[in-house]
Design a protein around this ligand. Structure first.
Ligand code: PXG
Length: 290
């Protein structure tokens, strides 16, 4: 495996960053988790745009432009002969002094890892997940906006731990006002009748790229798509419930807080969207080979 760090490729054992990198010391940086399918990088432009938005919001200059960043991703895939895989692109504040002042970091570090992905167990998709709402709320928009895909994931990790301790593979997080935000690494959707409903991004969720893709696919199926406030009530009484994310893709949920959703099986419209998604990802994306 060859890993890109600041203009060079390194063997896995030699791919190291400084302990003085503020990404490590303070979680000061941003990242993207991207998939490649069938020789193509899925939604590369969208991931790069989101990365640069996250960087802009934290006043971080990646030091390379978007075209160069795309080429870094594609070249890392080529070097590792990736056709189907998982790409992690990281921009950290870089090496600086102790002390959280980012101005001591002279240059951002860019890291790109392209490897294979550990897929979720097949059972999650055929049977659906049973999850719970956890006490840890999603970060307040004005403290650390959940739209920033930052290297600081402790908020999500705390919620994930609470879910795992209760035996749930994912955990639903509310925002500080008690409305549904998202899961620890996935966006949330419910279906009631012909309406697909997901919390708007101001509710405390990442503007997920899988989320956007699924909204488009649902519109193509003639569904009405609503982005707006969602309460747990809306989920408990929904016909269908599912999560979306780059890693999970589209995964059905059949129980929340011991309330069975719909008839307790992955719903027909969810299954249709899962199929649409898996077809779509295999036929769209930036070609890895020149
Ligand atoms: N919410 C959160 C908090 C996430 O971290 C999503 C929603 C879904 O967004 P996308 O754009 O993927 O549809 C995420 C995604 C990783 C990793 O390596 C994390 C994500 C995706 C892929 C890999 O930790 N988070």
């Amino acid at each position: 495996m060859l890993i890109y760090i600041d203009g060079e490729f390194y063997e896995k054992a030699k791919a190291k960053i400084s302990v003085f990198d503020h990404g490590f010391l303070y979680g000061d940086g941003v990242f993207e988790g991207i998939r490649a399918y069938n020789g193509k990088v899925f939604k590369l432009d969208e991931h790069i745009d989101r990365l640069y938005e996250s960087a802009k919001v934290i006043l971080l200059d990646p030091g390379v432009d978007k075209e160069e960043m795309k080429e870094i991703v594609l070249e890392t895939c080529r070097k590792n002969q990736i056709t189907d895989g998982y790409i992690r692109l990281v921009v950290s504040r870089g090496v600086g002094d102790l002390g959280l002042n980012p101005n001591s970091c002279k240059k951002a570090s860019v890291i790109c890892i392209a490897g294979t992905i550990q897929l979720y167990p097949e059972k999650y998709y055929s049977e659906g997940l049973k999850i719970i709402t956890v006490p840890t709320t999603r970060n307040n928009n004005e403290s650390l906006n959940p739209r920033i895909k930052s290297l600081n994931y402790l908020n999500n990790i705390l919620a994930k731990i609470e879910g795992l301790q209760a035996g749930a593979p994912e955990a639903l997080m509310l925002n500080p006002a008690g409305m549904v935000a998202e899961c620890t690494g996935d966006n949330v959707f419910v279906i009631k009748g012909n309406v697909l409903h997901t919390p708007d991004v101001h509710s405390g969720s990442l503007d997920g790229i899988t989320r956007r893709t699924v909204m488009d696919l649902a519109r193509e199926r003639g569904m009405e798509v609503v982005e707006g406030p969602m309460s747990r009530f809306d989920i408990w009484v929904a016909d269908e419930f599912f999560l979306t994310g780059t890693a999970a893709e589209v995964v059905p949920v059949v129980e929340l807080d011991q309330r069975v959703i719909g008839d307790g099986k992955p719903g027909p419209q969810t299954i249709a969207l899962m199929e649409d998604y898996s077809q779509y990802v295999r036929s769209h994306g930036a070609e890895i080979q020149k």
